[in-house]
Design a protein around this ligand. Structure first.
Ligand SMILES: Cc1ncc(COP(=O)(O)O)c(C=O)c1O
Length: 386
């Protein structure tokens, strides 16, 4: 039996095998510091858990409409109006199983065999894989500090080909934590529109930013497809809930796809998420954002002491993209050795970058400051032996 050839283009997530080794070491009694997985150590906010529990008690366990609970779509529209100055009709919002569900819908709608997609390299690998599963080819454009680790209008114009149908951005980015500002985002949107293409913006780390105010393509580029999630800012990774903002004309085919692909997102999770927009919850989430900012600063201070701080500090998300070329040109071996010798788990850059991944690693500042400082001390000891 042979498998669908498109599946062969989906690479495994190397961090998962590293996680397995880390867990085995933990089970054997080692004190492992986890800086590998994209999930902070915060629990889902209590009001959200309470709302989820109440929904279950009230028997809210049947399918919702495919596009999601009307009340949740309205609450998300209210969130855009209040925090991003964007007038988004709730009818343009589809609730999905995580941002992953939104990415599946958008990629299936927008591209197919023969089409090409532009995105930055490094990027979140699943975004590449969604495009490959739709049959499209990805042109991953190398970016670095000179373009703020993001695509810009000039790069989009330079790499656009006749077959290019879609440009994809992610801000703040995984794995670098860098953001596009409103002006650069608008310039990319104009460049894409002038070429008759579509723009897909992954805003799953929206709200988790430390230097610039958060922004949304929903306000800046109204024709864009915008992906978001309850996973990261709202602390709901395991509830599997996200959303897609789409142009009006795309809502009907996207709803048809959703009806067929997953019927609807989780009903209890949707009821729980309604509680994420209360002032009480907002206060808690903002305190967590500030805590992540303090963690970033602590990690940067530690890395500066080792002469390793990146030239551009991350502005958002909870990741730091670190150049380790002074020590290694094999980031997978580097991460394995750091885990085995010092019990610190980080992610090899090869998961995210087609170019340069072998001399970069991603550190997730998802644990408290004291543990981050301990991780830096262990890293120092490890590097002293290199
Ligand atoms: C950039 C980016 N997009 C999308 C996702 C998918 O998130 P979820 O399906 O949990 O919403 C992730 C998860 O880490 C991510 O980093």
């Amino acid at each position: 039996m042979s498998w669908n050839a498109r599946v062969a283009r989906v690479a495994p997530f190397r961090v998962m095998s590293l996680l397995e080794i880390a867990q085995a070491r933990e089970a054997a009694g080692h004190d492992v510091i986890h800086l590998e997985i994209g999930e902070p150590d915060f629990a889902t906010p209590a009001p959200v858990v309470a709302a989820g529990r109440a929904a279950l008690d009230a028997g809210q366990t049947r399918y919702t409409p495919a596009a999601g609970l009307p009340a949740l779509r309205e609450a998300i529209a209210g969130h855009y109006a209040e925090h991003f100055g964007a007038a988004v009709d709730p009818a343009r919002i589809l609730i999905t199983p995580g941002a992953s569900g939104a990415l599946l819908l958008a990629s299936q709608l927008l591209v197919g065999p023969g089409d090409r997609v532009l995105m930055a390299d490094p990027n979140y690998p699943c975004n590449r894989h969604f495009m490959a599963l739709a049959g499209a080819e990805v042109d991953a454009v190398p970016v670095g500090p000179e373009s703020g680790w993001q695509l810009d209008a000039e790069r989009v114009a330079r790499h656009w080909r006749d077959e290019t149908r879609l440009a994809m951005l992610a801000t703040p980015s995984n794995p670098t934590g860098h953001m596009l500002d409103a002006e650069r985002l608008a310039a990319v949107a104009d460049t894409v529109r002038a070429r008759g293409g579509a723009l897909l913006v992954d805003e799953i780390y929206q709200g988790l930013c430390f230097d610039l105010p958060p922004l949304s393509a929903a306000a800046i580029a109204p024709g864009a497809f915008v992906v978001n999630s309850f996973s990261k800012y709202f602390g709901m990774t395991g509830w599997r809930l996200g959303w897609l903002v789409a142009p009006e004309a795309a809502v009907e085919p996207l709803t048809r796809l959703a009806q067929n692909v997953f019927l609807a997102a989780s009903t209890p999770a949707q009821h729980a998420a309604l509680a994420a927009f209360t002032p009480e919850c907002r206060e808690l989430l903002e305190a967590r954002r500030r805590e992540l900012g303090r963690r970033r600063d602590a990690l940067l201070a530690g890395l500066s002491r080792l002469g390793l701080a990146p030239s551009l500090p991350p502005q958002g998300a909870f990741y730091l993209w670190l150049d380790i070329s002074r020590y290694s040109d094999d980031s997978e071996a580097f991460c394995r050795a750091l885990l085995e010798e010092e019990n610190v788990a980080i992610t090899p850059g090869t998961d995210f970058a087609l170019a340069g991944g072998e001399h970069h690693v991603r550190i997730a500042f998802t644990t408290g400051e004291a543990r981050l400082e301990e991780a830096v001390s262990r890293l120092e000891r490890f590097l002293a032996r290199r």
